[in-house]
Design a protein around this ligand. Structure first.
Ligand SMILES: O=C(O)CCC(=O)C(=O)O
Length: 282
C-alpha cells in the first residue's frame, strides 16, 4: 500500500435498514469478508478534496460537451418498471467512458486508494470494462428499477464488480442507491435486467431495499449479481456519479448474441491473462 493510501479513510460499518459509514484509518482487512457476505462494500473518503475538485470540474466539462453535442444523452430506462417509480417523466445525463474525455478521470481509475480496495475484492489483476457518467438533475432525476448487472456483460467467473464514485452526497431523496444485502448469493437471476417483467424481482421492491447514504468522495462497490437500483432525484441538488465496471484479469467477458457492450479491456493493475492478439485488436 502507498503512503497516500495509508492516509485515506474507509468505511467499515453497515447497519440494518440503512447502510452507514464509520470512518477509520485506511485499512484493508475485512473488506473481502464483508464483500463476500453482503455483496457490496461502502468505502468512504477514497478521494481527497483536491482530487474531487479537479474530477468534478472535468465531469461538468463533459456534461457541457454532451449538452452541446446534439446527441441523445438522456439514459432514462423505458418501461413499466421505471414508470412505476417516476410516473413516466424523468431524465438522467449519461455517457460511457469518461477516461476517453479526460486524463484526470483515467488517473482516478489508476488511483492507489481505489485499486487497493478493488484488489481486496477481486484480486491483484484488475481490468477496466467501462465507466459511466450519470448526472441526475434536481427534482426530476431518473430512478433505476431493481436489477442485476450480469446480463449486460456476463463473464466466465462472475468477478465483475461496479465501483460508484460519488461526486455529490446522495441519499434516498437525492437519487441514492438501494441494495439487497446478500442478494448476490441468488446467483444469476433470469430476466433480472430491470427492463423486463420478472416474477423474482417483484419480490425485491426498491422501497424495501437498504438505502446507501453516500458522501462526496465515497466509492460504493458491488457485485454484478447484487440486486440494486436507485431512487428518483426529488431534491434541489444534482446527483453526480461515475461508475467503473471492473473484473479480474483471470476472468473474461463472454461473447454471444446481443452481447456487444463497449469494453475498454484496460489493465489498471496486474495482468490480463485472457488477452489475445485478436481481442487486443477490437
Ligand atoms: O447510479 C445509479 O443510480 C444506478 C446505476 C445502475 O444501477 C447501473 O448502472 O447498473
Amino acid at each position: 500500500m502507498s503512503g497516500d493510501s495509508a492516509q485515506s479513510v474507509l468505511i467499515i460499518e453497515a447497519k440494518s435498514k440503512e447502510t452507514s459509514v464509520a470512518t477509520a484509518e485506511h485499512q484493508l482487512t475485512g473488506i473481502k469478508e464483508q464483500f463476500e457476505q453482503d455483496g457490496y462494500y461502502h468505502a468512504s473518503n477514497v478521494y481527497p478534496d483536491e482530487a474531487l475538485l479537479r474530477l468534478e470540474a472535468d465531469f461538468d466539462r463533459i456534461v457541457e460537451q454532451l449538452e452541446n453535442s446534439g446527441e441523445g444523452i438522456n439514459a432514462r430506462w423505458d418501461g413499466a418498471q421505471t414508470k412505476e417509480l417516476d410516473g413516466g417523466k424523468s431524465s438522467i445525463i449519461h455517457t460511457h467512458n469518461v477516461q476517453r474525455y479526460s486524463p484526470r478521470w483515467l488517473e482516478a481509475l489508476q488511483d492507489e486508494r481505489f485499486l487497493d480496495i478493488v484488489e481486496q475484492i477481486i484480486g491483484p489483476d484488475i481490468v477496466l470494462h467501462h465507466t459511466k457518467l450519470f448526472q441526475k438533475p434536481p427534482r426530476e432525476g431518473a430512478p433505476f428499477p431493481m436489477h442485476q448487472d450480469w446480463s449486460y456483460f456476463p463473464t466466465q467467473k462472475d468477478t465483475m464488480i461496479a465501483g460508484i464514485i460519488f461526486l455529490t452526497d446522495a441519499d434516498v431523496e437525492s437519487g441514492g442507491l438501494r441494495v439487497y444485502p446478500g442478494s448476490h448469493k441468488l446467483g444469476r437471476v433470469a430476466d433480472s435486467s430491470g427492463r423486463v417483467p420478472s416474477r423474482v424481482l417483484e419480490q425485491y421492491p426498491l422501497e424495501n431495499a437498504e438505502a446507501v447514504n453516500a458522501r462526496r468522495g465515497d466509492v460504493f462497490f458491488f457485485s454484478y449479481l447484487t440486486l440494486h437500483g436507485s431512487t428518483p432525484n426529488r431534491s434541489d441538488r444534482y446527483r453526480k456519479t461515475v461508475l467503473a465496471q471492473v473484473h479480474s484479469g483471470s476472468d473474461c467477458v463472454v461473447s454471444g448474441d446481443g452481447l456487444n457492450h463497449v469494453n475498454e479491456s484496460l489493465v489498471l493493475r496486474g495482468w490480463n491473462h485472457h488477452m489475445t492478439r485478436e481481442r487486443a485488436a477490437v
